[in-house]
Every structure is written in structure tokens, then in C-alpha cells.
Design a protein around this ligand. Structure first.
Ligand code: NAP
Length: 286
């Protein structure tokens, strides 16, 4: 590729950032579609560092940048504006620089819902079981009604956190993550999403019992993509259930961010189909 004065700068910031697949993904989209742009990872550790990075991005007229942990919330007061989704979720994962000003967006839930629908999950009118009540679960629950989801049951190790997420939402109810509740909720759900870190590489924690999947026909989604197939997904697949892992969400939120950076529409399906096997191979090589 040729770098010149018109080359647009894009980035992802966070800490840690070395493991991020976003530079690989975005630079691939750039190359495949012939954009004059380049996408860098930057390690930004502190809030002071975040302020300095934002100022630099404005001065250098970045196209935009993605934000991952730990800055998704603390970027908000530094921005010139945020869209309604980012406001509802209280978190920003995409910043667009426009005329020297910075605007925040959140593409996580839109990306997840797009991936679910494209892979055959029905959202409208569905009953959803969410396991976990952390940051992603919070956004997902708030974004659910716009997707036409009929009801959500949130099961979490710490019941109080699930209750807080469901407060004031007539379509959401909280439950403790007991074997009985897991089993009965799974049996009456159309879609089950694991939003915990249970089963993730590098942690020692996993579901101790997956038999709650024995009596369900639900579509299974795990937000984890490392390992590529968690025990949760494997157990379901071996029972004949349809499954997707967290790479689908990661790719789709990235594609939507890319559209925001460039103000152009991508062929989402084509890009997704191209990126999924590439990201799988890349992850397995690391
Ligand atoms: P988070 O805010 O840290 O929440 C973690 C959740 O996991 C909490 O509900 C926590 O329960 C539960 N948990 C952790 N250890 C547990 C254990 N030993 N037993 C039972 N529950 C446990 O995390 P997050 O940011 O929402 O992320 C959730 C998952 O999504 C992570 O696996 C993350 O890697 C993944 N993720 C994927 C993508 C993607 O693009 N695919 C994007 C973001 C995140 P308590 O409330 O009881 O602590």
C-alpha cells in the first residue's frame, strides 16, 4: 500500500492491547476494499493517557478509533457528543473524528444482533436466557427491546447484579444461577447467550454442569472466542443445537465501526464471510 498525506489513520486503544485482533481485521478490510487508510493498536493505560491520545487524534484528524477495556466508560465525558445507543449502554467502543471534534458510538450490541440474525437466530418475539450480568450483558439487555425480543431472563452468580440490570425493565427478570433455574430457564428459551468468562482460555473456571442444555432447543451463543469452541458450545453442538462463538460479534461490531469511520456502507455479509475463517486461522496461529 502507498502511504501519503491523504492516508486516514484509524486505531484501537486499550490496555492490554497486544492481543487485539482489530488491527488484523481492519487492515484486511482496508486492503481488500482499496481504502487509503491504516489501522494501528495503541496501548493507553491511564486516564491522563486517554486525554492525550484523544487530543492527538483530533489534531492528526484520525478517521476514528475503537476503544476497549479499560476506557469504554471514562472516554464519555471527554467527547463532544455520543449517539443514543452509547448513551443507553453508558459505554463507547467507537469514536469518529469529524471536523476536529470527537463523537462516540457503541456498535457492540448491533454487531451481536446482526451476527445472531445472519446465523439463523430469530430475535423478534424470542425468549432469551442471558448468563452473566457484566458490562456486555448490561448493554445487551438494554438493547433488547429495540430488537423486538419478547423477554429476557438474566442468571448470574451474584444475583444482586442481575437484579440491578433488570430494574425498571418489564421484559427482563433476574434469577440466581442455580442448577434448577438454569435448567428451567433453558427449557423455555429460544436463545441462550453466555456473557460470563466461564470457559475462557486462561481462566480456570468453567460451567461445572452443562446438563441444563439437555432439554432445550435454543440457539446457543458464547461471547468467548478463545477457545474457538467452549465446552458450553461443544456440549450444545453435540446435542444438535445451532451455535456461534464470540468472533461473530467481534467481527460485526468492527465492520459497523468501519462504516462509521469511512461514512460508507460495506457489504456486511461478504466481509463477515471473508473475515471469519481468517480470524479463526489467525487466532489459532497465535
Ligand atoms: P464482566 O463485566 O467482567 O462480567 C463478567 C461476568 O462473568 C459476570 O457476570 C461475572 O459474575 C461472571 N463470572 C466471572 N467469573 C465467574 C465464575 N467463576 N462463576 C460464575 N460467574 C462468573 O465481563 P464483560 O465485559 O461483560 O464480558 C463478558 C464476556 O464477554 C467475557 O468472556 C468477555 O471476554 C466476552 N466479550 C466478548 C466480546 C466479543 O466481541 N466477542 C466483547 C466483549 C466481551 P459476577 O457478577 O458474579 O462476578
Amino acid at each position: 500500500m502507498e502511504i501519503n498525506t491523504e492516508t486516514k489513520i484509524m486505531a484501537v486503544i486499550g490496555d492490554p492491547i497486544d492481543h487485539s485482533l482489530s488491527p488484523f481485521m481492519h487492515n484486511h478490510i482496508i486492503a481488500e476494499n482499496g481504502y487509503n487508510a491504516v489501522y494501528f493498536p495503541f496501548r493507553v493505560q491511564t486516564e491522563e493517557g486517554l486525554k492525550r491520545f484523544l487530543r492527538s487524534a483530533e489534531i492528526l484528524n484520525f478517521a476514528g478509533f475503537n476503544i476497549t477495556m479499560p476506557h469504554k466508560q471514562n472516554i464519555i465525558p471527554l467527547l463532544d457528543g455520543i449517539d443514543s445507543e452509547a448513551e443507553a449502554y453508558g459505554a463507547v467502543n467507537t469514536v469518529k473524528i469529524r471536523d476536529g471534534k470527537a463523537y462516540g458510538y457503541n456498535t457492540d450490541v448491533r454487531g451481536l444482533f446482526w451476527a445472531l440474525k445472519e446465523n439463523g437466530a430469530k430475535l423478534s418475539g424470542s425468549r432469551v436466557m442471558v448468563i452473566g450480568a457484566g458490562g456486555v450483558a448490561a448493554s445487551l439487555i438494554r438493547g433488547a427491546s429495540a430488537a423486538g425480543i419478547r423477554s429476557i431472563t438474566v442468571l448470574n452468580r451474584t444475583l444482586k447484579k442481575a437484579e440491578q440490570l433488570c430494574e425498571g425493565l418489564n421484559y427482563a427478570q433476574a434469577m440466581a444461577q442455580t442448577p434448577e433455574n438454569m435448567r428451567s430457564t433453558a427449557a423455555s428459551s429460544d436463545l441462550i447467550i453466555n456473557c460470563t468468562s466461564l470457559g475462557m482460555s486462561g481462566t480456570e473456571h468453567d460451567f461445572s454442569d452443562l446438563s441444563f442444555l439437555d432439554e432445550t432447543d435454543a440457539f446457543l451463543c458464547d461471547l468467548i472466542y478463545n477457545p474457538w469452541e467452549t465446552n458450553f458450545l461443544r456440549y450444545g453442538r453435540e446435542r444438535g443445537l445451532t451455535t456461534i462463538n464470540g468472533m461473530s460479534m467481534l467481527i460485526c461490531q468492527g465492520l459497523i465501526s468501519f462504516e462509521i469511520f469511512t461514512d460508507e456502507k460495506l457489504d456486511m455479509r461478504r466481509e463477515y464471510d471473508r473475515l471469519l475463517p481468517l480470524c479463526e486461522a489467525r487466532l489459532k496461529k497465535k
